[in-house]
Design a protein around this ligand. Structure first.
Ligand code: GDU
Length: 598
């Protein structure tokens, strides 16, 4: 009480909230007024931040924590009373008429979209020291994930603006959710690279705050063991993106500007933009309020399964069920074998790759009701089976894909399944863990992420009529991968299959040992036979034809061990580097027509 004189009326209010919610222990060791006053005020600064960054404030956080901890103690299953079935959605196969139609529709819609990247996670499993969006997506060009995402959005923007009949140009908004762990490094990366060609006014960074840690089942907030004026905090999860968008006021602004879609995506999926146009087309034609991108999933694979859950009381929802919960849920609902593959060789429940397309209007209406709060969960590690004490403090967490949990049954919630090779290759696992992945399951490493880019580009060109030689198998950082020709292109060269097909004609072939990087927009491949390395960069006003026999010693791949610290980390985590022996490299900086031949 002697400290009351130190506090402002707002701080006294905060103190009351804490005391009324069972947090008197926080003040137990406080000395009288005049001792540590600065530290006491810093404590209240932190409390004010924790209170204002959580929908409903600290009182709501503590109340939910008590409920969830009580449920966890008695082992309550969050899916009690629900039984799973396979929901209906759209299956798209690359290159089919339907796929091509959906892509075209998606490009029309792109100018009505805003893109939201969740990039607040540090990626502890990858063990990389930098931020993940700064990692090269592939090392042929060295383009980092963030640059690739921005260039893809700009390519879509340009293509979409061209189609729209009213002639107005629109800049697609790009939001990046950061955290204290990633914020300044993300901003530096953007600023050092002039926002990779995007207008800085198009980009918004929203920083998520951590949440308070909990010491026990009574949801007592955990003090830092080394500082009695500071509460331990931990990340709350990617679900924070919804409350941050809500409180930013951006949703309202976007609706006013006539936008219709919000697309959410994660930090390191280098294939994602292969899937965006078509799935946006699906959202528009099927009028989905929620569209989750998905890939065929092997039973028990470590990604969530999209399921329809029907409650005994008649309620139902289409939702991602995390992989560790799907198998027990199935077993408890009359499927004694649990999560197993069906005749297709895959689980009937599509795998959630956590790229969501939401229709803006219904999304804003829903957030108006919830304030962006997402159903949370708690995952305490108990000391023993009495479940009375924790090994270390815990906290509430939430996931962005749980957004549909509060929606009414009338909401149109669907999904779009696409080929894995086309749509999904995240970089999440460090080399050591990736090498231990059971054979046949995806590595999700920097090695497999880069190889997936070459594979997808090779397969796309094969489907466009180029004879791309079959891959060879190679073991890199203990992982057996398929090594295809190292083919890359800028998004502006070809975002959708019909555009790519227009750039390729005649009899073309590319050998397995080849490297081809196309960095210009108007580059046409005609009767090209490539056996070596070819790098072409050109301004938009230059029309370039690549043709004839181009043969040189090319770029070879040298193995690198991930433990070799003399090699930069972003290279050694992939297990190889290029030895640039010989290449044909052309840079066309003048307008005109050019032909590149050997
Ligand atoms: N992230 C944040 N803030 C956080 C935590 C994570 O922004 O507090 C971001 C990460 O930067 C990343 C994304 O959220 O971009 C996803 O994080 P992880 O890669 O660690 O995600 P998980 O592997 O745990 O799982 C998620 C979904 C799964 C499955 C999987 C597919 O929760 O259901 O779909 O991605 O990649």
């Amino acid at each position: 009480h002697s400290n009351l004189g130190l506090l402002s009326p707002d701080q006294i209010e905060l103190a009351k909230i804490l005391l009324e919610n069972g947090q008197s222990h926080l003040f137990q060791q406080w000395p009288e007024l005049g001792v540590d006053d600065k530290e006491k005020l810093a404590f209240f600064d932190q409390i004010a931040r924790l209170n204002s960054s959580y929908p409903g404030g600290l009182a709501a956080y503590i109340k939910t924590a008590k409920e969830l901890l009580a449920d966890s103690k008695v082992g309550k299953n969050p899916y009690d009373g629900f039984s799973p079935s396979v929901p209906s959605g759209e299956n798209l196969t690359f290159g089919t008429d339907n796929f091509i139609e959906m892509e075209k529709r998606g490009v029309v819609e792109a100018r009505n979209a805003a893109f939201v990247l969740v990039a607040g996670g540090l990626g502890e499993r990858l063990g990389y020291n930098g931020i993940k969006v700064a990692l090269p997506r592939e090392t042929t060009t060295g383009t980092c994930f963030l640059q690739h995402y921005i260039e893809s959005i700009l390519a879509l923007q340009e293509a979409s603006n061209k189609i729209d009949s009213d002639g107005s140009e629109r800049d697609i908004p790009f939001i990046i959710m950061t955290s204290d762990d990633t914020h300044s490094r993300t901003l530096d990366l953007l600023e050092l690279n002039s926002y990779f060609g995007m207008k800085p006014t198009q980009v918004h960074l929203l920083k998520q705050e951590k949440v308070a840690c909990l010491d026990d089942n009574d949801a007592r907030l955990a003090l830092d063991p080394h500082n009695k004026y500071s509460i331990q905090t931990k990340p709350h999860g990617h679900g924070d993106v919804h409350s941050l968008l809500y409180s930013s006021g951006l949703l309202h602004k976007w609706l006013e500007a006539g936008l219709k879609w919000v697309l959410f995506f994660q930090d390191t999926n280098g294939l994602l933009f292969n899937a965006i146009p078509a799935s946006l087309g699906v959202s528009a034609t099927k009028q989905y309020h929620v569209n989750s991108l998905a890939v065929p999933r092997k039973a028990k694979e470590a990604i969530g399964g999209i399921s329809k859950l029907t409650h005994v009381d008649g309620r139902s929802m289409v939702i991602n069920v995390e992989y560790n919960q799907l198998d027990p849920l199935l077993r408890a609902s009359g499927f004694p074998d649990g999560d197993v593959n069906c005749e297709t060789g895959f689980s009937p429940f599509p795998g959630n790759i956590n790229q969501l397309i939401l229709e803006l209007g219904p999304y804003k209406d829903e957030l108006q009701k919830t304030g962006g709060a997402i159903k949370e969960f708690v995952n305490p590690k108990y000391k023993d089976s009495t479940k009375t004490a924790f090994k270390s403090s815990t906290r509430l967490e939430c996931m962005m894909q749980d957004y549909p949990k509060t929606l009414p049954p009338t909401a149109r919630v669907g999904f779009t399944v696409m080929d894995i090779w086309l749509a999904y290759a995240p970089v999440k696992n460090n080399p050591e863990d990736a090498a231990k992945v059971p054979k046949g399951n995806p590595y999700h490493s920097a090695t497999s992420g880069e190889m997936a880019i070459y594979r997808a580009n090779s397969l796309i060109l094969q489907k466009a009529g180029v004879k791309v030689e079959e891959p060879v198998k190679q073991v890199l950082n203990g992982q057996e991968v398929e090594v295809w020709s190292r083919i890359t292109w800028k998004p502006k060269w070809g975002m959708i299959f019909s555009d790519i097909k227009k750039k390729v004609s005649g009899n073309c072939e590319v050998s397995q040992r080849s490297t081809m990087a196309i960095k210009g927009r108007n580059v046409f491949i005609k009767d090209l036979s490539l056996d070596g390395a070819l790098i072409v960069d050109s301004i938009d006003d230059a029309e370039v034809k690549l043709g004839g026999l181009i043969k040189n010693n090319g770029w070879t791949m040298e193995s690198v061990d991930y433990k070799d610290t003399s090699v930069p980390e972003e290279i050694r985590i992939r297990g190889f580097r290029f030895n640039k022996v010989e290449q044909l490299e052309k840079k066309l900086t003048q307008p005109g027509k050019f032909s590149v031949e050997d």
